[in-house]
Design a protein around this ligand. Structure first.
Ligand code: S3P
Length: 174
């Protein structure tokens, strides 16, 4: 493993529904690395779902929790993990700076239409609980693209690809 990535983490960023969870699970398995998911850590720490956190404390509080978590991830304990990020994590410049210190960042790209097909009917994402999720996806994605690209060391287009194909491409590019 060390010969592939060195003493560092592999961090997956991308929009909601870009496949971070499925890809990170298979990648961690193939590279025999431990897997962590920032949304899951926040839910466990807070004892609440992401929906509940957004409803009760608001988005700003959630974003502060994300930044606090990233500060921990840049600490010495975190080495050789595959880290799946919440989709909004790279938006704050401060977070991108922390992420760069934490490891190699892989951007999983997907078109708004692909994202929509993957997330429709799923009510676990507070930002997409609206009348017209496709328009919201397009608008949010456009506003975030620069941040995703700015943070990325590696970009992988996931449209029309299987999870295995995406993982193979990441391993090739590491
Ligand atoms: C968010 C993405 C979600 C979760 C929260 C906010 C976002 O994670 O962190 O609902 O702002 O894009 P996933 O990308 O894992 O769905």
């Amino acid at each position: 493993m060390l010969d592939v990535v060195g003493a560092s983490n592999i961090i997956l960023e991308g929009f909601m529904g870009s496949g971070k969870s499925a890809v990170s699970a298979l990648l961690a398995d193939e590279l025999s690395m431990e897997l962590v998911d920032t949304d899951e850590i926040i839910e466990e720490t807070e004892g609440s779902t992401i929906n509940e956190i957004f409803e009760k404390e608001g988005e700003k509080a959630f974003r502060d929790m994300e930044t606090d978590l990233l500060e921990a991830i840049t600490g010495d304990h975190w080495r050789e993990f595959v880290i799946s990020l919440g989709g909004g994590m790279p938006v704050r410049e401060e977070n991108r700076r922390l992420l760069r210190k934490a490891g190699k960042i892989v951007f999983l790209k997907a078109s708004p239409e692909t994202i929509y097909e993957r997330v429709k009917g799923d009510d676990k994402r507070p930002l997409l609980r609206c009348e017209d999720p496709l328009s919201k996806i397009k608008e949010l994605m456009a506003s975030r693209m620069e941040a995703y690209e700015d943070a990325a060391d590696i970009v992988v287009d996931t449209d029309n690809k299987t999870v295995q194909e995406v993982v193979n491409e990441i391993v090739d590019k590491l």
